[in-house]
Structure formats: structure tokens, C-alpha cells
Write a protein that binds this ligand. Structure first.
Ligand SMILES: Nc1nc2c(ncn2[C@@H]2O[C@H](COP(=O)(O)OP(=O)(O)O)[C@@H](O)[C@H]2O)c(=O)[nH]1
Ligand SMILES: [Mg+2]
Length: 291
């Protein structure tokens, strides 16, 4: 394969980005705080490069999702390195954890001084308005659907919005904007592209699957070799392509003429890695001082 063909090229459209950015700014005016979802397996790659600028001083919490698929030790390191005085970081399994409780608790903590100020003025603290944002596939809709389940949505009549926004009253303390803010990842970085691809954030049709597979396999050989041995019952070679062949053989990926079907093994490995079947893997290591 030519070197330039190996580039992971992810096509996001600049026109859509400008529009997305504008829409986000409009919505941001309406909320008290933002919950930024990122994939716990790739806390750097699943970050939006412009979010800091978009949010500015608006209080924020970072929710690392899919912890059930991530390496718990790495997740802990990521939490410690991203968290600071202004940004609270929590990690959860959006499918299983009590997300209403988690969101309520974190919003109270992040908005503590705001709540305090209202109390001091003798006002009954109103519900905190939050908005869920993040790049595609980090679990935004799953989160909204879970906390909004069976809750009636109320159409906002607040000034300043051209289109009526739907709010969901979660409980007396919390109101949620019912549509997430969809952002784009740092797609111009090849390493980021590979991380997004191996974790399943990008559609396969636009991906060089062989590169994605070899990246994932290579990464596992380096950091999670036992996972490969356990999953595929193979002896590991130093050579990534050879290991792919061994996986193909172990799994009976064969063409009609009995020759190993590497194509099939590529798809198999990517699918199993994404599904967490190769074990709990964080595709980005934390080296401290992250954002
Ligand atoms: N294992 C696991 N899967 C999750 C979690 N959160 C979301 N998902 C899955 O990830 C996929 C993308 O979720 P979705 O809510 O559509 O992401 P969105 O694009 O950000 O709205 C879906 O298949 C969800 O079931 C999680 O915490 N753990
Ligand atoms: Mg969605």
C-alpha cells in the first residue's frame, strides 16, 4: 500500500461545522452547565477541539462513558489527570448506572456556588439547566433517553431562542435540554482517527479497515498481549501481520480455496475489539496532565 493511501481520512464538512457551532452557541445561552460526554477508552481523541472556546466560563462536567469497555486503571488515571478546580470528571456505564442520580449529584456539586447565592438572597433555588454535548457515538442519546424516560417534555418559552427548545424536567433540581449538542472530533490528527475508528465512533464505509485493524492489533500486542492470547488462544509473534494470520487461522477465516481470509479476520478483530470481547482496553494511555 502506498504511504499516502494509508492516511486515515475522515471527511467532516466545514459547512456543517460552522452551523453546528452557531447552534451550539445559541443553546449554550440557555443552560447553566454543560455535561461533556467522552468515551472513556479514548478521552483525548473523543474530545472536541473547540469546546473550551465554545463553553468559555460556563461550568462543565466531563462524563467518561463506556467505562465497562475501558481499562479501569487507565480510566482512573485519566480522571485524575483531567480533573481540576474548574472541571469535574466522572466515569460511568451509561447503560447500567443510575444516571439520574449521577447527573443530579454532579450538577449540585458543580453549581454549588450558584445554588448558595440564590439561597443567600432568600430565593428558592430553581432547577439547574443542563445540556449534553459531545462527538458522535459517545452515548449522548442513550444518556438523555435514560434520564428522560417517561418524563414529559416542556416546550420552552424563554426569550432569545428562535426555535423552541424542548426541556425535560428530570426532578425538582434538574432540567435537561432534550437534544444533545453534537460536535466533531479532532479529525485532522491521524492517531486520533485511528482511535476513533477502533472504538467504533466512525462508520466503517469511510475507513481503511486494514490500517485500523493493524493499529489495534499492534496496540494490544504492546499493552494488552494477554488479552490476545486469552481471546484467540494463539502464540504471539513480534510481527503484527503474522498475528493477524494466526487469528485468521484460529478462527477458521478461510476462503473457498482454503487460503486464509485476512479480510475476514480484519473485520472480526475490529468487531470484537469494539464490542469489548478482546477485554477492557483503553486505546489511549494517560501520561498525566491531560485536558
Ligand atoms: N457498553 C456501553 N455502551 C454504551 C454506553 N453508552 C452508550 N453506549 C452505546 O454506544 C452506542 C452509541 O450511543 P449513542 O447514545 O447513540 O451515542 P450518541 O451518538 O452520542 O448519541 C450505542 O450502541 C449505545 O448503546 C456505555 O456506557 N457502555
Ligand atoms: Mg445521538
Amino acid at each position: 500500500m502506498e504511504q499516502n493511501e494509508r492516511k486515515v481520512n475522515i471527511n467532516w464538512f466545514p459547512g456543517h461545522m460552522t452551523k453546528a457551532k452557531r447552534q451550539m452557541q445559541e443553546k449554550l445561552k440557555m443552560v447553566d452547565m454543560v455535561v461533556e460526554c467522552r468515551d472513556a477508552r479514548i478521552p483525548n481523541a473523543s474530545k472536541n477541539p473547540m469546546l473550551d472556546e465554545l463553553i468559555q466560563n460556563k461550568p462543565r462536567c466531563i462524563l467518561l462513558t463506556k467505562t465497562d469497555k475501558a481499562d479501569p486503571l487507565e480510566t482512573q488515571k485519566w480522571i485524575e489527570s483531567i480533573q481540576n478546580e474548574t472541571t469535574k470528571v466522572i466515569a460511568c456505564n451509561v447503560l447500567k448506572d443510575n444516571m439520574t442520580q449521577i447527573l443530579t449529584a454532579v450538577s449540585k456539586e458543580v453549581m454549588a456556588s450558584f445554588i448558595e447565592k440564590q439561597k443567600r438572597r432568600g430565593i428558592n433555588p430553581r432547577a439547574i439547566r443542563i445540556m449534553i454535548v459531545g462527538i458522535p457515538n459517545v452515548g449522548k442519546s442513550t444518556l438523555i433517553n435514560r434520564v428522560a424516560k417517561k418524563k414529559a417534555t416542556v416546550t420552552a418559552d424563554r426569550p432569545g431562542v428562535t426555535k423552541a427548545l424542548q426541556w425535560v424536567k428530570i426532578n425538582k433540581d434538574l432540567e435537561l435540554l432534550d437534544t444533545p449538542g453534537v460536535l466533531w472530533p479532532k479529525f485532522e490528527d491521524e492517531q486520533v482517527g485511528l482511535c476513533l475508528a477502533i472504538s467504533g465512533a466512525i462508520r466503517d464505509e469511510i475507513l481503511p479497515l486494514e490500517d485500523v485493524c493493524l493499529f489495534g492489533l499492534d496496540y494490544c500486542m504492546k499493552y494488552y498481549p494477554q488479552n490476545l492470547i486469552d481471546r484467540y488462544s494463539i502464540e504471539l509473534s513480534e510481527d503484527t501481520v503474522e498475528n493477524l494470520r494466526r487469528i485468521a487461522k484460529a478462527r477458521g477465516c478461510l476462503k473457498n480455496n482454503g487460503i486464509l481470509d485476512e479480510e475476514k479476520a480484519i473485520q472480526l478483530f475490529i468487531r470484537e475489539a469494539r464490542d469489548g470481547l478482546v477485554g477492557r482496553i483503553s486505546w489511549e494511555k494517560c501520561y498525566g496532565n491531560a485536558q
